[in-house]
Design a protein around this ligand. Structure first.
Ligand SMILES: N[C@@H](CCC(=O)N[C@@H](CS)C(=O)NCC(=O)O)C(=O)O
Length: 248
């Protein structure tokens, strides 16, 4: 009997392991200031991979055409996420919009339910429309202005004092501004740290406790330290670049 030829099954190709694409890091356009810290802190808290791209605002790098395409307001922070919605890159400027985006992307520190989200947004917008600009102006007239303008110094430092009072009341009954720790706290912390230089926290015990509670978080420490070595006292040359800007 003729030996039956056993058909050899074609050798199976070894099963390919699905190749996991390493997430490309988010590019953070940054300089170590209270507005920059909001985003470095958030990225650290959310454990999102990122790479820092320094924008030396004292040298005028915020006016470079490549940066203006990302941030038409010539201000940092800004981000480029290579893995944005639909897997396509996205660029975002304005710290509040960036925080909301990162909160949605990571699903952290920005509640999904409407009530929780509305509370976070109240305090986030309170920061971007109030605490940040007012503390920024106070800082300007108290520290940077070459003219000694008593009225301007008082107007803005009074407003910071009022805003600190609002925060202090809020924090008397909750650990964080919106109850649970959120992007709103991340937005405010750097401005409190900066404004403490001219408005001490002695009269605001709950705010002081919050500032310390946040400051003890490793991610906050790391975000705050990002690029600290770049920060230098402002020179007259830098003031000419930063102040007195008009439409270009
Ligand atoms: N509303 C903006 C403000 C950002 C902002 O003022 N950034 C400052 C540094 S803290 C800046 O980039 N300044 C550059 C300039 O004044 O030309 C935000 O929240 O992102």
């Amino acid at each position: 009997m003729a030996a039956r030829r056993i058909k050899k099954k074609p050798a199976k190709k070894p099963a390919r392991k699905p190749v996991k694409k390493a997430a490309k890091p988010i590019e953070l356009y940054y300089w170590p200031t209270p507005n920059g810290w909001k985003i470095s802190i958030a990225l650290e808290e959310m454990k999102l991979p990122y790479v820092m791209k320094p924008v030396n605002i004292g040298k005028g790098e915020q006016f470079e055409p490549a940066f203006l395409r990302i941030s038409p307001n010539n201000r940092m922070p800004a981000i480029v996420d290579p893995d944005g919605p639909g897997g396509r890159p996205i660029s975002i400027f304005e710290s509040g919009a960036i925080l909301q985006y990162l909160g949605r992307k990571s699903g952290k520190f920005y509640p999904a339910d409407d009530r929780g989200r509305a509370q976070v947004e109240e305090w986030l917008f309170w920061q971007v429309g109030g605490l940040g600009p007012m503390a920024g102006q106070a800082f300007h007239f108290l520290t940077y202005s070459n003219e000694d303008l008593t009225y301007a110094k008082k107007r803005y430092s009074d407003e910071v004092n009022r805003l600190f009072g609002v925060m202090d009341k809020r924090l008397a009954t909750r650990k964080y501004l919106a109850g649970a720790y959120s992007i709103a706290d991340m937005a405010c912390w750097g401005w409190v740290i900066a404004a403490m230089n001219f408005q001490p926290l002695n009269d605001f015990p709950h705010l002081k406790a919050w500032q310390e509670r946040m400051g003890a978080r490793p991610a906050v420490k790391k975000g705050y330290e990002l690029g600290a070595e770049l920060r230098k006292p402002m020179t007259e040359e830098q003031k000419k670049i930063l102040f007195g800007q008009r439409a270009r």
